[in-house]
Ligand binder design. Structure first.
Ligand SMILES: [Zn+2]
Length: 135
């Protein structure tokens, strides 16, 4: 299923992804080479810059990074390389978060409140069927 994301915005997403890969790579290099001040500066800059591919992964999770589902998934997979997660896991967890937002079954909200969260959608104990169109 295609969405109505303009191709020019998809192109912008790809450009931002490539730029963020370069920027985060430079930050990682700086934080592991050179004098202490360069390492600190690289680590601080990384903390700000690395949010960019996460934001793009979030767009892909919601299926709005590209009008093409295949390119949307590809962008999400590439963006998730910068994090200790996979695109599929992030999509399942995040869409479940939106579906159960601010309930005791929401993973993020429950952990914050100290409540044991429900199993992820589709896992044993939670027979909800994964809906890739949930928002
Ligand atoms: Zn979201």
């Amino acid at each position: 299923m295609r969405n109505d994301v303009p191709v020019r915005l998809e192109l912008l997403n790809w450009c931002v992804l490539v730029f963020s890969f370069g920027a985060t790579g430079a930050c990682l290099w700086a934080s592991s080479h050179g004098p202490w001040w360069l390492r600190v500066a690289g680590a601080v800059a990384f903390a700000f810059v690395n949010f960019t591919p996460f934001a793009l992964m979030h767009e892909a999770v919601h299926g709005v990074a590209s009008p093409s589902p295949v390119r949307n998934a590809l962008l999400g997979i590439l963006a998730s390389v910068m994090f200790p997660t996979s695109f599929c896991v992030q999509r399942m967890a995040h869409l479940g978060h939106h579906r159960r937002n601010r309930t005791d079954q929401d993973l993020y909200f429950s952990l914050w409140r100290g409540v044991r969260p429900a199993p992820p959608m589709g896992a044993p104990g939670n027979p909800a069927i994964f809906d890739s169109h949930a928002t």
